[in-house]
Design a protein around this ligand. Structure first.
Ligand code: 6PG
Length: 243
């Protein structure tokens, strides 16, 4: 087995991981009591099963939909009905079963373009937060979900790209993606991801063995640079963890 990141919980398979992640999210909402909670969703294919689970019988009635605000860690600058859109992935998964109030789904306005969309999303986050400066004692997100790209990226923070160095802005334009799909992206920056009570990476499948090994070898990949005011937890399935 590959040496895994600190705070890794090994999962039998992708389904077990999705179910554990759904329970993790529900436990977070219970800890929040009657307060509103902010969840930052990751893109890509890994979390699709989690999103579908949340809207499925056995979970949909347990999710406090009226208290959760859903945000996105990144998105591709494509039309919202494009299969590459992370908003499309979530909307398809939640479908009509998940009673998400329209005011609670805060998607990245990729239709404005990479620069204007990034600025507009930063304003959305700051209006929700109530300030344009992070208070370390008041994280923006209750939970940030992240994936691990095969090149070690997370959100749309790609190795060697300028957005990695952004320490002031909350959202950054990514005109050139470092991996397919090679379309422009808009991404939260490390400071925005760090303004969180907890971060949960979801990693499954054989294609993740390479980035996990590179992380184990100490490479300072973007995924390693993610911080949180709380705990950074990894859910890794056995297929990804095999040597
Ligand atoms: C995106 C994601 C990205 C993703 C990883 C893993 O928009 O692509 O935010 O960071 O989480 O690339 O993607 P998979 O889950 O598809 O392997």
């Amino acid at each position: 087995m590959i040496p895994l990141p600190a705070n890794t919980e090994l999962m039998a398979d992708a389904e077990a991981m999705a179910r554990a992640a759904a329970e993790h999210l529900l436990a977070m909402t219970e800890r929040a009591g009657s307060e509103r909670v902010a969840v930052c969703l990751s893109g890509g294919s890994t979390p699709k099963r989690l999103y579908a689970l949340l809207a499925s019988p056995g979970f949909v009635e347990r999710v406090p939909w009226s208290r959760i605000h859903w945000f996105f860690g990144d998105d591709r600058v494509v039309p919202w009905d494009d299969s590459l859109s992370n908003v499309r992935v979530v909307r398809d998964a939640f479908g009509h079963a998940a009673p998400v109030p329209a005011t609670h789904l805060h998607f990245i306005p990729s239709d404005l373009g990479v620069e204007a969309g990034a600025r507009a999303y930063e304003r959305t986050l700051q209006e929700f937060y109530g300030s344009d400066r992070f208070d370390p004692n008041r994280p923006l997100f209750d939970l940030v979900l992240l994936g691990l790209g095969n090149d070690g990226h997370t959100a749309s923070l790609f190795p060697g790209k300028p957005a990695l160095a952004e320490r002031e802005a909350w959202v950054a334009p990514v005109p050139e993606a470092g991996m397919e799909p090679f379309v422009p992206r808009i991404t939260l920056t490390f400071p925005a991801l760090a303004s969180s009570r907890s971060v949960l990476f979801l990693v499954n499948g054989a294609s993740k063995r390479e980035p996990l090994r590179r992380l184990a070898d100490g490479e300072d990949l973007p995924a390693r640079q993610v911080r949180s005011a709380g705990r950074v937890t990894w859910y890794v399935d056995r297929e990804a963890a095999e040597a």
